[in-house]
Ligand binder design. Structure first.
Ligand code: 2P0
Length: 353
């Protein structure tokens, strides 16, 4: 018979997240299971987010994906795992407007087209896989009428990229490493929503927009294989910090929050240096920013700003309120004047709320 010519679409928008207690190291590479819990703050979608539209039609003969307008391969195991997990949970769907009915059985044979856009440069070294996989899973679940809760969806996003599971929620989020071998309890939980601590202002200082040299995936694999410090971190340090961080968030205790955030970023980079071959994610400008913030916090008598660095040289700075954020920008402009010989070239301001 004649091929039906309908298209069904769903769109979702997902912000990226910044870890304040870092995830680094896996106990299972295929399922992406972490060796410690982590805690992050989800950014305001206005600043750093991914928008994904997914479409299904009987005229599509294969799954395809475009990232920022350019077609990319879906062959990687991570995309296949997410697609398979979502498809297996698809339920009967009826779209009355278009007169379309898709049964659970029919979903298995239908192909999807995925178009994803980041509202920030992918090359800027700012976590894009977190927002990307979270948005992919969320939009597919919407399209295929998946009736799982956010926690179950976070476990699917986790199989795309570990940090992605934390982007399923706003506010403060914990990725619980879990105990199960199949990863069913390795999910994200919301600790507090985006309104809980809306005084905080996040400023991202883009130190370099070059692509990082060591990918997180291979970097953390090398760390787990060669670093002795990572065992101490995962077993002794992080479990205590998780409890303290949850407490600091609950009480809006900025001093504790900043001390823990900075210490955990520093330990993550110490673990990178303890890896063989050693991994350097920060550069001289990153180190100058740390000194600048440390000096300011000491002279103020109590922390004004927390810093944290991921798998690249860019600084994520968390100011206690709008007034300190304004002062932070002044200080950054003073120490790193635009068009000077430093390579600090832009500031992205993200209001957490
Ligand atoms: C984090 N990072 O907690 C840590 C801190 C970077 C430093 O999660 O292999 O892209 O896809 O699970 O999630 C970056 O690692 O790695 C990351 P995979 P992912 O945000």
């Amino acid at each position: 018979g004649e091929m039906q010519k309908w298209v069904l679409m769903a769109t979702a928008q997902t912000p990226t997240n910044i870890a304040v207690i870092k995830y680094w190291g896996k106990r299972n590479e295929d399922l992406i299971l972490a060796i410690n819990d982590s805690i992050s703050v989800t950014l305001d979608p206005a600043h750093l987010c991914t928008t994904t539209t997914v479409a299904v039609s009987p005229t599509f003969d294969q799954d395809r994906m475009w990232l920022n307008g350019k077609e990319i391969s879906l062959l990687g195991g991570r995309y296949q795992n997410c697609l398979r997990e979502i498809r297996s949970r698809a339920t009967d769907l009826e779209d009355e407007k278009q007169g379309i009915k898709i049964t659970k059985k029919e979903w298995e044979k239908l192909h999807v087209h995925i178009a994803s856009h980041n509202n920030f440069p992918t090359a800027a070294g700012l976590a894009s896989s977190a927002a990307g996989f979270a948005c992919l899973v969320y939009s597919l679940a919407k399209l295929m009428n998946v009736k799982e809760d956010q926690g179950a969806l976070s476990a699917i996003a986790r199989q795309g990229s570990g940090s992605a599971c934390r982007s399923l929620y706003g506010g403060f989020v914990k990725w619980v490493m879990g105990k199960e071998e199949n990863g069913s309890d390795s999910i994200a939980v919301q600790l507090a929503d985006e309104k809980h601590w809306d005084d905080l202002v996040i400023v991202i200082a883009v130190v370099s927009s070059r692509q990082k040299e060591t990918s997180s995936t291979s970097g953390m694999r090398d760390t787990v294989e060669t670093s002795m410090l990572i065992q101490h971190r995962a077993k002794e340090v992080v479990p205590k910090r998780i409890i303290q961080m949850e407490d600091a968030i609950k009480k809006h205790d900025f001093a504790a929050f900043a001390d823990l955030t900075c210490a955990d970023s520093n330990q993550f980079h110490a673990v990178c240096l303890d890896t063989y071959p050693p991994i350097f994610y920060m550069n001289d400008t990153s180190h100058k920013i740390i000194s600048c913030v440390e000096k300011w916090n000491r002279s103020a008598g109590t922390p004004q700003v927390a810093y944290t660095f991921d798998a690249g040289p860019n600084a994520v700075l968390i100011a206690r309120n709008r007034k300190t954020a304004a002062e932070l920008l002044q200080r950054l402009l003073f120490h790193f004047p635009p068009n000077s010989d430093t390579d600090l070239n832009s500031y992205v301001i993200g209001d957490k709320s």
